[in-house]
Design a binder for this molecule. Structure first.
Ligand code: GLC
Ligand code: MG
Length: 688
C-alpha cells in the first residue's frame, strides 16, 4: 500500500522541526511525522509519502526548497512547486491552492503506479484531494485537526471568512471516504454538527507520541530556564504552546500571579514558540507575547517566571522530565483544544496536568487519570487546581504513576494499525452482497467480549469457521466508540450494530454501517427528551454524562445508587413521562424511549435477517444487558458479570459461564448448542 499524507501549511520537514517558527508550524506536523513514520515501519505499507508545498526562504530552513527529502527507505517528503517560491501563511495559501493542485496532479500523472490513498490534513488539503480524486480516482480520508464550528458559535457576529471556512470543512467531510478524529468531542459533537456529516464515516483514532525521551537528561533544560529564575529547584508549572490567542497563556500568568501560594511555592515556565525578538514576527505572535510580558510585569513576577525565546525538541522533552522531578505540573489553559498531544507527552514523563475542559483534554485526562480539568476562563479555577496538585503529595503521586502507565497505550504503532485497517476497508470496498445467516450471536462488548485477547481470538476463530452464525454487537457505547473498540481488540466485523444501549441500530451495507431509520421511527413514539431534561435538571446527586453521551434517543447520567434510579423512574411515571430507566455499573443511569433497549433492538435485527428467536444467542455482563438476557431463548451470562444482574443466572433460558469475557461467551454458545442437540435427540427417542 502506498499512502500519501497531504498537508499544505507550516514548515513541514524531518525532525528537528522548529515548532512555532511560524504560526502554522504546530502540532499537526508532529502528527503527520509520527503517523507516517509508524506507517512506514509496517510491512504491509510499501511507501509512506508526505506531500507538501515547496518554498525557498533560507531563514526558515533550506530543506523546504528540496523536491524530495528522504527520512527512511520507505518514508519521504515530496515538495510540490506551485510556481511561487515564497512561504505563505494559511490565508495567503488559499490564492496559491489552484496552482499547487495543478502541479501536484501533473506530478502524480507521471507516476506509475499511483498512490492508493491520500490522508488530507485540514480542509485546504481535502479540497486538493477532492480534485485529485476527480482527476485520478485516488480516494482520500480527512483529518480536520481543528474545526471552525465552535469558533463561529463563539463569535458575536460571524463574518464571511468563518462561513467560508465552515463550507470548506463541510465539503471535506462530504467528499472523504472516512474522517479520522482524535477525541470523542471532535468525533461525536463537533464533526456531526456539519450538515454533510454521517457518523458512520467518522472514526476515532488516538494519535501517539514520540517515545524514547522519557529519560531525557534534565540538565539540558536547566540551561534554558536558570537565567530567569531565582530558585530553579522549586516545582515547575510548565506550559508549552504556540503563541496564539486561543492558547490563553496570559490567563495562566494571571492565575499564577494572583495566587500567593503558587508565587511562593513554584516557578512558572512558558515555552511559547520560537522568536528572534519581542518586536519581530507575525502579528498575533507579537500581540500574545506583549500580553504575556505585560502580565508578568503587572504582577511583578521577575525571578519566578521563565519564557525562553528558543528551544530544541530535546530541551522540551528534558523540561517535562525536569518539571516532573521538581514535582511540578503541566498546564494547558487553551480556550479550546481539539486534542492536546502535549498532555500525553506530559503523562509519559510522569508529569501530572491541569487542562482546559473544553475539547479533547476531557478524553485524555479521563482516560489517563493524570490530573484535573478546569474552566479556561476562570483564573482562580486554574490556580486552585495547580495548587492542589503541588500541595497534595499523595494525589500528585497517583496522577504521576497513572499517566506514566496508561500513556504507554497511546503510541503511533497502534495508530498505524488502526489507520491501516480503515484504509483496507476503503480500498477493498467490501462487496455489497447481503449475507443471510441462520443464527445470530448478539453480544455486548465491554467485559462480555473485551478483557482477554486469547478469548477474543478464540471467539473470532469460531465465527470464521461458522458462516451460519452472524455476529451483532449490542453495546451501551456510541457507534464511533464501538467501532474503535472492535478495531483495537481485533474483533470480527459484525453484520449489525446495536449501540447507545439499544437506541440506535446500524446495519452493514457495502462496507459502511447505515442507520436503521425504521427502528428510529418506531422508538420515537412518545419520546419527550426535553421534558426529561427539564424534570431532572436540578436533582441533587444526579450528574449528566458528557454532552456526546446524550444521543437522539438516550439521556445518560451518573447516579448515586440503585435507590436513586428507582426514585427517578417513579418521578418520570408520576409526571406521565413514558420512558425506560436502566441502571448499570453502580452509577450509570440511562433513560431511553419506552420501546427501545437492547432486547427490542435484538428482536428488530433478528427480524431484519429473518432469523427465528430460537436461533438467536445473546451474551452480556451488566445492567444494560438485563432486558436482552431476560427475553433471549439462548442467553449467556459471562462469569465476570456484575452483581446487579446475578439474579438472572437462575432463569432457565440463561447459561452461566464458568469462564469470563469472550471465552465465557463462546463457552455459552457451545453449551446452548449442545443442550439443543440433546433436547432434539430426546424428542426423537421419545417419538421412536
Ligand atoms: C456506555 C455508554 C454510557 C452508558 C453506559 C451504560 O458506557 O457510553 O453512556 O451510560 O454504557 O449503559
Ligand atoms: Mg458490558
Amino acid at each position: 500500500m502506498h499512502i500519501v499524507s497531504l498537508a499544505l501549511g507550516g514548515c513541514l520537514k524531518a525532525e528537528p522541526v522548529r515548532y512555532g517558527i511560524t504560526e502554522d508550524t504546530g502540532g499537526h506536523i508532529t502528527y503527520v511525522l509520527g503517523e507516517m513514520e509508524a506507517l512506514a515501519r509496517r510491512s504491509d505499507v510499501r511507501f509512506a509519502e508526505i506531500i507538501t508545498r515547496r518554498f525557498d526562504e533560507p531563514k526558515l530552513g533550506s530543506a523546504h526548497a528540496q523536491h524530495q527529502e528522504w527520512i527512511s527507505s520507505k518514508l519521504a517528503i515530496t515538495r510540490i512547486d506551485s510556481g511561487n517560491p515564497a512561504y505563505l501563511s494559511k490565508e495567503a495559501l488559499r490564492c496559491d491552492r489552484q496552482a499547487f493542485t495543478t502541479a501536484l496532479i501533473a506530478e502524480l500523472q507521471s507516476r506509475e503506479p499511483l498512490p492508493d490513498l491520500i490522508h488530507a490534513h485540514f480542509a485546504d488539503a481535502a479540497d486538493v484531494a477532492i480534485q485529485i480524486e476527480r482527476a485520478l480516482g485516488i480516494p482520500f480520508v480527512y483529518t480536520a485537526h481543528s474545526l471552525g464550528m465552535d469558533k463561529r458559535a463563539a463569535m458575536a457576529s460571524p463574518c464571511q471568512a468563518i462561513d467560508a471556512r465552515l463550507a470548506e470543512e463541510n465539503r471535506a467531510i462530504s467528499g472523504a471516504r472516512a474522517i479520522i478524529g482524535s477525541s470523542r468531542d471532535e468525533c461525536e459533537r463537533q464533526l456531526v454538527a456539519y450538515p454533510s456529516a454521517r457518523i458512520e464515516k467518522i472514526h476515532r483514532l488516538a494519535p501517539g507520541i514520540e517515545r524514547g525521551h522519557e529519560s531525557s537528561r534534565p540538565s539540558t533544560a536547566i540551561d534554558l530556564i536558570a537565567p530567569f529564575l531565582r530558585d530553579p529547584t522549586k516545582p515547575i508549572v510548565l506550559a508549552v504552546a504556540r503563541p496564539v490567542h486561543k492558547k490563553n497563556l496570559a490567563r495562566l500568568v494571571e492565575a499564577y500571579g494572583t495566587s500567593p501560594h503558587l508565587r511562593e511555592q513554584s516557578n512558572l515556565v512558558i515555552l511559547a514558540g520560537l522568536r528572534e525578538t519581542l518586536t519581530s514576527g507575525e502579528k498575533e505572535q507579537l500581540e500574545v507575547m506583549r500580553d504575556l510580558v505585560d502580565a508578568i510585569d503587572c504582577h511583578d513576577l521577575y525571578g519566578s517566571v521563565a519564557y525562553p525565546k528558543s528551544h530544541t525538541r530535546e530541551q522540551v522533552q528534558a523540561l517535562y522530565s525536569l518539571a516532573a522531578r521538581t514535582r511540578g505540573v503541566f498546564v494547558n489553559p487553551a480556550l479550546m483544544e481539539p486534542y492536546g498531544l502535549t498532555l500525553v507527552e506530559a503523562a509519559a514523563h510522569g508529569l501530572p496536568v491541569v487542562a482546559t475542559k473544553v475539547g479533547g483534554p476531557q478524553d485524555i485526562v479521563g482516560e489517563l487519570e493524570h490530573g484535573l480539568l478546569v474552566d479556561p476562563n476562570d483564573a482562580s479555577d486554574i490556580a486552585g487546581a495547580i495548587e492542589r496538585l503541588i500541595s497534595d503529595r499523595p494525589f500528585w503521586e497517583r496522577c504521576s504513576c497513572s499517566g506514566r502507565k496508561k500513556s504507554l497505550d497511546m503510541n503511533w504503532d497502534r495508530y498505524a494499525a488502526g489507520f491501516r485497517n480503515i484504509a483496507a476497508n476503503i480500498l477493498e470496498g467490501r462487496s455489497g452482497s447481503v449475507i443471510r445467516p441462520s443464527h445470530l450471536v448478539v453480544s455486548d462488548l465491554d467485559n462480555t467480549l473485551t478483557g482477554c485477547s486469547n478469548g477474543v481470538d478464540r471467539f473470532a476463530r469460531f465465527l470464521k469457521r461458522r458462516h451460519d452464525f452472524g455476529f451483532v454487537v449490542a453495546t451501551g457505547r456510541s457507534i464511533v466508540e464501538a467501532r474503535r473498540l472492535l478495531r483495537e481488540w481485533g474483533l470480527p466485523s459484525p453484520l449489525g450494530w446495536i449501540t447507545s444501549v439499544g437506541s440506535e441500530i446500524y446495519l452493514e451495507r457495502s462496507g459502511n454501517p447505515t442507520l436503521d431509520e425504521t427502528f428510529a421511527k418506531q422508538i420515537s413514539e412518545d419520546w419527550e427528551p426535553e421534558r426529561i431534561d427539564d424534570l431532572l435538571a436540578d436533582l441533587p446527586d444526579l450528574v449528566p454524562q458528557a454532552f456526546y453521551e446524550q444521543r437522539s434517543f438516550k439521556r445518560s447520567y451518573f447516579a448515586k445508587d440503585a435507590e436513586q434510579a428507582a426514585e427517578i423512574e417513579k418521578l418520570l411515571q408520576s409526571q406521565g413521562i413514558r420512558a425506560r430507566v436502566i441502571f448499570s455499573h453502580d452509577c450509570l443511569l440511562d433513560i431511553l424511549p419506552i420501546k427501545a433497549g437492547k432486547a427490542a433492538a435484538m428482536r428488530h435485527v433478528a427480524g431484519m435477517f429473518g432469523v427465528t428467536a430460537q436461533n438467536v444467542f445473546a451474551a452480556g455482563d451488566s445492567g444494560n444487558d438485563a432486558d436482552m438476557l431476560t427475553v433471549c431463548e439462548n442467553a449467556i451470562l459471562v462469569g465476570n458479570h456484575s452483581s446487579e444482574i446475578a439474579r438472572l443466572a437462575s432463569r432457565p433460558n440463561v447459561y452461566l459461564s464458568k469462564r469470563s469475557n469472550a471465552s465465557g461467551t463462546l463457552e455459552g454458545l457451545l453449551a446452548h448448542q449442545r443442550a439443543r442437540r440433546t433436547r432434539i435427540r430426546q424428542k426423537l427417542e421419545l417419538s421412536a
